[in-house]
Design a protein around this ligand. Structure first.
Ligand SMILES: C[S@@+](CC[C@H](N)C(=O)[O-])C[C@H]1O[C@@H](n2cnc3c(N)ncnc32)[C@H](O)[C@@H]1O
Ligand code: SF4
Length: 463
């Protein structure tokens, strides 16, 4: 049995700060898949086959931003209205074509996520046309339809067109309310504007307004973080995501760090290290939970039941997600797919299909297709369980639970989890380190494979 500190964390009097050194990656995963190459006619065929999925989603990617923020590497293409217009025309055309296929029509969709980049940068008219294109898919009653983006440039006209055309959830990146921290991070708008606008939008009778905050930004001291947390309450929003700053490569923060610099504010050169970020997480979690906000995952809380976070929780369960747009990821008929990010290539493929008169079915864009992950259901149980803060052991075959028990016990010893009768409950420290724990669990299974005779039991885990 191989058990390493990267799997278990280390024993320490303060697991919240010290169980692991640093958050390993934004997400955990193992693939067990290999690339698949489909001929164009096989791709077309896929869209003629009904879906076997019980729950599913659409993911639509809008790969434009007006400015590159210092902490982020999601920036793909600069915004300009003509460029966006050309993209949105193709995208809505593709959505309409796809919506008419047997694959799309065979089963209803639970949720839709329009992500980016900055989807709120599209024009008001484009918001309307996008909403109309989405409504051609069979959606369940009260399906959650999210538009991601930011408040800057999201004017009353866009808001009206969005809420009138099916969007019922809005996820805005705020990152920090502090005007100085925001400016240093390359964000528009000041705290007063954000609070006023969020208060206005949150008055809507049914739409859910959620915001993202990052902790650990340059210049963001604990005092500023506490003000950020209070501002969430003052803003009136219905849900909150708290993300630890990840040192993503290629960002301006990362380039500055390589030169030994911090992109702080005029007031502060402070940048929280991993231990300080752990304390910021705990302060955030305790803040919302003491005010009776409900925790939906390790980093997401809701004020009331209007916020459901359907897409985020289903996406972690490995459901079918039909992806649209350059840079969109998803899965079709159990195959993972990742559309290439290159906008030129994406347009070229559509232009060629147009010239060849084959725009009668969704275009196969450049990208990657992967064979079905044989352990997809099991992995989804682990990911969703650890992310939610409670792994339901009833969902695992008994043999698998026994196999993992040395790891679970080590987590318990290290203050990351508690073994209960039929579940593994993560402590606050465990929730902070849950991505490291997920990565550690997959590493454990790779170093200590479940023996062949037990494999069928693991595969029969309830979906
Ligand atoms: C794809 S971005 C879209 C946000 C939107 N365009 C905006 O301007 O706020 C989604 C979220 O990822 C998070 N994010 C981006 N870079 C991050 C990083 N380095 N560490 C942690 N979270 C990050 C931010 O909170 C952001 O709101
Ligand atoms: S935070 Fe948003 S606007 Fe800023 S670079 Fe990332 S995706 Fe673009």
């Amino acid at each position: 049995m191989i058990l390493t500190p990267t799997m278990t964390g280390i024993t320490s009097p303060d697991p919240l700060q010290h169980a692991f050194k640093v958050k390993s990656a934004p997400h955990a995963g193992r693939s067990g898949s290999r690339p698949v190459f489909l001929k164009p006619e096989q791709w077309q065929q896929w869209w003629q086959q009904p879906s076997q999925a019980t729950e599913r989603a659409l993911y639509i990617h809008i790969p434009f931003c007006r400015k590159r923020c210092t902490f982020c590497n999601f920036f793909e293409n600069g915004t300009n209205p003509q460029r966006i217009n050309r993209y949105m025309q193709r995208l809505t055309e593709q959505l309409k074509i796809a919506a008419d296929t047997p694959l799309a029509q065979s089963r209803p969709f639970n949720t839709v996520y329009v992500g980016g980049g900055t989807p709120t940068d599209i024009s008001s008219d484009e918001v309307k046309r996008l909403g109309e294109a989405i409504s051609r898919f069979p959606l369940i009653d009260n399906a959650e339809v999210t538009l991601e983006g930011r408040l800057n440039g999201f004017d009353d006209d866009k808001w009206h067109n969005a809420t009138e055309n099916g969007f019922n959830r809005f996820s805005f990146g705020v990152q920090s309310f502090d005007t100085q921290v925001r400016q240093a991070a390359g964000r528009f708008d000041d705290k007063d504007y954000l609070l006023t606008r969020l208060n206005q939008l949150s008055l809507h009778p049914s739409a859910s307004i959620v915001i993202d905050l990052i902790f650990g930004l340059p210049g963001q001291t604990m005092e500023i973080w506490q003000q950020d947390l209070q501002a969430v309450i003052d803003s009136g929003v219905h849900g909150i995501d708290l993300y630890q700053l990840i040192g993503l490569s290629g960002t301006r923060i990362d380039h500055a760090r390589e030169k030994g610099k911090i992109l702080g504010t005029a007031l502060s050169e402070y940048q929280a290290d991993s231990q300080a970020r752990a304390n910021m997480y705990a302060t955030g979690a305790n803040h919302f939970e003491s005010l009776n906000w409900q925790r939906l995952s390790s980093c997401h809380w809701r004020r009331d039941s209007r916020e459901r976070s359907v897409y985020n929780s289903l996406a972690k369960s490995g459901i079918e997600i039909l992806p649209f747009g350059a840079g969109a990821g998803g899965s079709i008929h159990g195959h993972g797919c990742m559309n290439g990010r290159d906008l030129k290539q994406w347009h070229l493929t559509h232009d060629e299909a147009d010239a060849a008169g084959t725009l009668t079915a969704p275009v196969q864009v450049p990208g990657m297709l992967m064979s079905p992950n044989p352990a997809a259901k099991l992995d989804a149980i682990f990911k969703r369980g650890l992310d939610s803060g409670r792994l339901d052991l009833n969902l695992l075959a008994k043999d698998m639970t026994l196999h993992l028990m040395p790891l679970f016990k080590a987590w318990q010893t290290n203050g990351l989890a508690k073994l209960e009768t039929s579940s593994l409950a993560l402590t606050l420290a465990g929730r902070f380190w849950n991505v490291n724990m997920q990565t550690g669990l997959f590493e454990f299974l790779s170093e200590n494979p479940f023996v062949a005779s037990q494999e069928p039991a693991a595969q029969s885990i309830a979906s």
